[in-house]
Ligand binder design. Structure first.
Ligand code: SF4
Length: 323
């Protein structure tokens, strides 16, 4: 049985906005009761459109945001309750690859210094040991030693993302959170970075949480997929289950919008009604009911529970509760 590295239980994250024109503050319910396990050595993807709460979930896992309630346990320790010493240790184990390699690398630092900085802050290695780690890490991402003497602006977008990945790897983490890791890159470069992430995961048995709206990237990279809508996971399963046998009406709509992806029952594009509702004013009942083509009366007043419909395949929808 797969070993759990990260165990999220009933996580809720809320923000209070600044005063609006009416003078009132509003509560944004960004993450609502999410429970999810991430297994060692897997790539779990979170799919969903902009505003669904996936980046807030990611930032809370790294404790860049505070959770309102619930737990995020990394190897049994609750990240949300860690003191500063525990948090420093956790941050060595859990690293992030950001979306934009143009803004995530300090333009005034040479690559060697960008890679050495985390080692200076977090380790007591000698300089010789640090440089050995840096040489090893830069070769893992397919760049040569000479590149260490240059500045970020001297590289292409794809090379910069390799450097950003090297920075995430240099502390030898167990867990990497990749937030839209290829969406800022040219299409021609995206495949190289996607292949690199897959190779790193297989070679070094890294665990990834992949946050992306791009279902093609998910299909190629992920072992499992969690589909998120308005702060909730509405469907979870292996990548094969989600792509060949999607159940939730929202998952079906997401997949139907992707060009050239053939699924068993998504030959036609499903156009959803309206926009994503505001997380300051969540709909009652099933949160998807205002846009769902299969909406029934019960969906408007009651929220469905999650049901395991097949081994490891979970869905939150009244269409499957009594089957
Ligand atoms: Fe649609 Fe109802 Fe299922 Fe929600 S519970 S996804 S509204 S059918």
């Amino acid at each position: 049985m797969a070993e759990t590295l990260l165990d999220i239980t009933d996580l809720n994250v809320e923000y209070v906005t600044e005063k609006t024109f009416s003078g009132a503050k509003q509560v944004v319910r960004a993450v609502n009761g999410i429970s999810l396990k991430i297994n060692s050595g897997e790539i779990l993807a979170i799919a969903g459109e902009s505003g669904c709460g996936k980046s807030t979930l990611a930032r809370t896992i790294l404790r860049l945001e505070k959770g309102k309630s619930g737990k995020v346990c990394f190897e049994g320790r609750n990240v949300l309750e860690m003191d500063s010493k525990e948090l420093k240790d956790y941050r060595k184990q859990a690293q992030m690859i950001f979306q934009n390699p143009y803004s995530s690398l300090n333009p005034k630092m040479k690559i060697v210094d960008i890679l050495k900085e985390p080692l200076d802050i977090n380790t007591k290695f000698t300089d010789a040991e640090k440089y050995n780690i840096i040489y090893d890490t830069i070769s893992k991402v397919g760049l040569d030693k000479e590149s260490l003497n240059f500045y970020p602006h001297e590289f292409s977008g794809g090379q910069r993302q390799r450097i950003a990945i090297a920075r995430a790897l240099v502390l030898n983490p167990k867990f990497i959170l990749a937030d839209e890791p290829v969406s800022a890159l040219d299409v021609s470069i995206q495949a190289q970075i996607i292949n690199l992430l897959k190779e790193l995961k297989n070679k070094y048995r890294l665990t990834f949480l992949l946050i992306t709206h791009d279902m093609s990237v998910i299909r190629y990279l992920a072992d499992r997929v969690a589909v998120m809508y308005l702060g909730e996971i509405v469907e979870l399963g292996s990548t094969i289950q989600i792509f060949t046998n999607p159940k939730h009406p929202y998952t079906k709509a997401l997949l139907s919008a992707v060009p050239k992806i053939e699924t068993s029952d998504n030959a036609q594009q499903i156009i959803l009604k309206g926009d994503l509702p505001s997380p300051t004013d969540l709909p009652k009942g099933c949160k998807f009911h205002t846009r769902c083509p299969n909406c029934m009366d019960v969906c408007k007043s009651c929220s469905p529970n999650e049901k395991e419909i097949f081994d490891g395949h979970y869905v939150k929808c009244f269409l499957y509760l009594n089957k």
